[in-house]
Design a protein around this ligand. Sequence first.
Ligand code: SF4
Length: 287
Amino acid sequence: MPASIPESLQQKIEERLRYYEDLGIQLFYRDRVAAGHSSPALPQSTSRITAEESSLSKPKSKIALPASAAPVPQQVEPVVVAPPSGPSLFDAMDKVIDDSLPKIREDLGDCTRCKLHKGRHKLVFGDGSATAQLVFVGEGPGADEDAQGLPFVGRAGKLLTQMIEAMGLQRKDVYICNVVKCRPPQNRAPEPDEVETCSPYLLRQIDAINPKVIVCLGAVAAKTLLQTTRGISHFRGEWQQWRGYKLMATYHPAYLLRNPPAKADVWKDLQKVMAELGLQLPKKKSS
Ligand code: SF4
């Protein structure tokens, strides 16, 4: 039997769960419990995901940015969301030399490695530039993506496209992919075993592209890569260091469709990304 918890703490947990549900998140990971501490209110661990940080530093490849791009003298020092606490999901994932997106796609094949394959129509691998400086990582395909085999092509995808264009880029300049490559039933959040099975391919995709910046769209992507249980609202908009990459977590476009005022927060985050990439706001056309 789990130990009882104070009513005030239970209330806080319930409020937090409601908040996550508002974000469309119904699945939660649990932090590795520090020695001598326990979390009686939470179920036993359903994931092996733990905090991870690597000092690995990789040289960044450069690609041509739009002509409007110009250096912006702004540097933000990265901060780390969660301290390393033991072996992680990605510990065994050293960078594969000479890996490439076609090779990773070929390795995935007609994947049946997790149960999500049962309901999919099309596997959604990813889309965009293989040499992108900027990679967006979402959660998983929805109905439109499942039908077309492309990421972010539904309503949320159209909003993401607008966001990318507002940054002075086009979709072909960036790379867009998801944590899981097959649509979870009823658009539920991917389960830990599905994330664990599929995310090594995401890792390979990121390493093959070797971007300057990764933007996690929503809590599932941020939690998967950063391996933290902290709510995204606590570290959204802050630079993180992840395996030698600069990473920014922000809200998922689907959340913005339900909560338009949050667009202002996301735009602030994307402006930081623009500064890091040396992008300037596109000039308005004079009338
Ligand atoms: S979600 Fe990933 S691991 Fe699962 S079947 Fe699809 S491609 Fe394979």
